[in-house]
Design a protein around this ligand. Structure first.
Ligand code: SAH
Ligand code: SF4
Ligand code: F3S
Length: 436
């Protein structure tokens, strides 16, 4: 039996959570984690296909691993995640021993136990979600819990529905049991995960929807902070805003991807909302939830995006003022509708637009944080600050970073800290009171 495993994780929080299951499976087979790839008997690449670059990196990684395997013939190369699901044949051709899609981790243990070489495990849409898989969590303080797998939206640019299959909600009882488990094990901050959490429950019997699920999770005793990602603007309802406003554990933070500020581009993307609708949602949420932080995703250079369309994205950013944004240049993804849409925006123009929206957003985020300097925030201390000895850091309920003087004894404590000097990511501050 192999002894050491190493997992390399790319992509979103769903992959991070899945890697905890992959680790759990390896540990269940008696393996232990290795500090690097070269010492491991089983190397798992948990891959992301959402953009081209991380996907290309998988192929070069496999090349390196195949060379390593020549010196260490016992080594197994496992490719998991979204690239595994959409490009299994090519991965096998390049030398992967086991290729396993994100809906098939319940079948991986048997493959590893038999030391199966040359096996491909891919998800079919109607496969039930595996429950009760082993898990080895990366953090005891913070936990990710899946609520809905897959995506049915098929936004024109996006590979996720092809990689993760159709939507499938977990049963509320399974979700609550997992939340109770992690809270009992010390978690204070739980994030519910789904590509579109707002469509939770539509495939389940009974009348449970996402706001109703949030109420049930909030009722778990001992849970301090409840988060969720991602909300789709077309499915966000006033009932969700009410739930965030009312529930004590629900954090004052909404991640709501805008993608573009032009209605023409939003329609071509197949997003199902207008910029005006998006802004009305933000206004409603800000009115109901004092101090709400709003973050987003945006893409520049979608096929056919004109200078005027892009100007509308900038205008939306100026007017909405997001606390943080994940910003991307559009990439063609194989098999998506946008792949065949014309005209493509030239690379240098995409880069120019990208830098412009990044500059605007950075200025906004710094200004927002500067405006909050001097205020006191609740901070869950998570870890030593890697760049300043004698300091620890944690997050506010708005998911901003706060770095404060202190030692390891503070880790896990919920403190109040006064925000001092402001940065893009948050503040340096001082603890004014706390548990520790
Ligand atoms: N389910 C989430 C997004 C998941 S993908 C949602 O609906 O918003 C994360 C982000 O990657 C997306 O929000 C989008 O901004 C970006 N993205 C997705 N496909 C992309 C592509 N083809 N090129 C560039 N960015 C992309
Ligand atoms: Fe992709 Fe759209 Fe689904 Fe998000 S909602 S994962 S962007 S298809
Ligand atoms: Fe990437 Fe798959 Fe997540 S494509 S962003 S790892 S769902």
């Amino acid at each position: 039996m192999p002894r050491g495993y190493f997992i390399d994780t790319a992509g979103c929080q769903m992959n991070e959570r899945d890697s905890e299951t992959l680790a759990g499976i390896c540990e269940g087979l008696g393996m232990s984690p290795c500090a690097n790839m070269s010492g491991a008997d089983v190397v798992i690449l948990n891959t992301c296909a959402v953009r081209e670059k991380p996907q290309q990196k998988v192929y070069s990684r496999i090349g390196e691993l195949v060379r390593l395997r020549r010196e260490r013939p016992g080594m197994l190369i496992v490719v998991a995640g979204c690239v595994a699901q959409i490009d299994a044949e090519e991965l096998r051709r390049r030398g992967a021993d086991i290729v396993v899609g994100p809906r098939c981790y319940d079948r991986l243990e048997a493959a590893l136990r038999d030391l199966t070489r040359g096996c491909t495990l891919l998800g079919e849409d109607d496969r039930p979600v595996g429950e009760g898989l082993p898990v080895c969590r990366a953090s005891t303080l913070k936990a990710f819990v899946n609520i809905i797998y897959g995506c049915d939206n098929f936004c024109a640019y996006c590979i996720v529905p092809y990689a993760r299959g159709r939507e499938q909600s977990r049963l509320p009882g399974e979700i609550i049991a997992e939340v109770e488990d992690v809270v009992a094990a010390g978690a204070r901050d739980v994030t519910l995960l789904g590509q579109n959490v707002n469509s939770y429950g539509h495939d389940l019997p009974g009348a449970i929807d996402f706001p109703a699920l949030l109420r049930r999770v909030d009722a778990v005793a001992g849970l301090d902070r409840l988060r969720f990602t991602t909300s789709h603007p077309k499915d966000l309802t006033p009932a969700l805003i009410d739930a965030i406003a009312e529930l004590p554990s629900a954090c004052e933070h909404l991640h709501l991807p805008i993608q573009a500020g032009s209605d023409r581009v939003l329609a071509a993307m197949g997003r199902g909302y207008t910029c005006e609708h998006f802004r009305a949602l933000i206004d409603m949420a800000r009115a109901a939830i004092p101090g709400l932080a709003v973050t987003t995703d945006v893409m520049v250079g979608f096929p056919g995006e004109t200078a005027e369309d892009f100007a509308q994205t900038l205008r939306a950013f100026e007017e909405i003022r997001f606390d943080q944004a994940f910003m991307f240049k559009y990439n063609d993804r194989p098999g998506t509708r946008a792949e065949s849409m014309e005209p493509k925006v030239p690379e240098d123009e995409k880069q120019r637009r990208f830098l412009e929206v990044v500059a605007l957003q950075n200025e906004t985020a710094r200004a927002i944080n500067r405006g909050l300097s001097g205020q006191v925030f609740e901070v869950l201390i998570e870890e030593p600050d890697p760049r300043s000895p004698g300091h620890v850091r944690g997050r506010t309920r708005h998911n901003k970073l706060m770095i404060v003087p202190g030692g390891e004894e503070l880790i896990g404590a919920m403190v109040h800290a006064r925000a001092g000097e402001a940065f893009l990511w948050g503040w340096r501050g001082e603890i004014i009171d706390g548990e520790a």
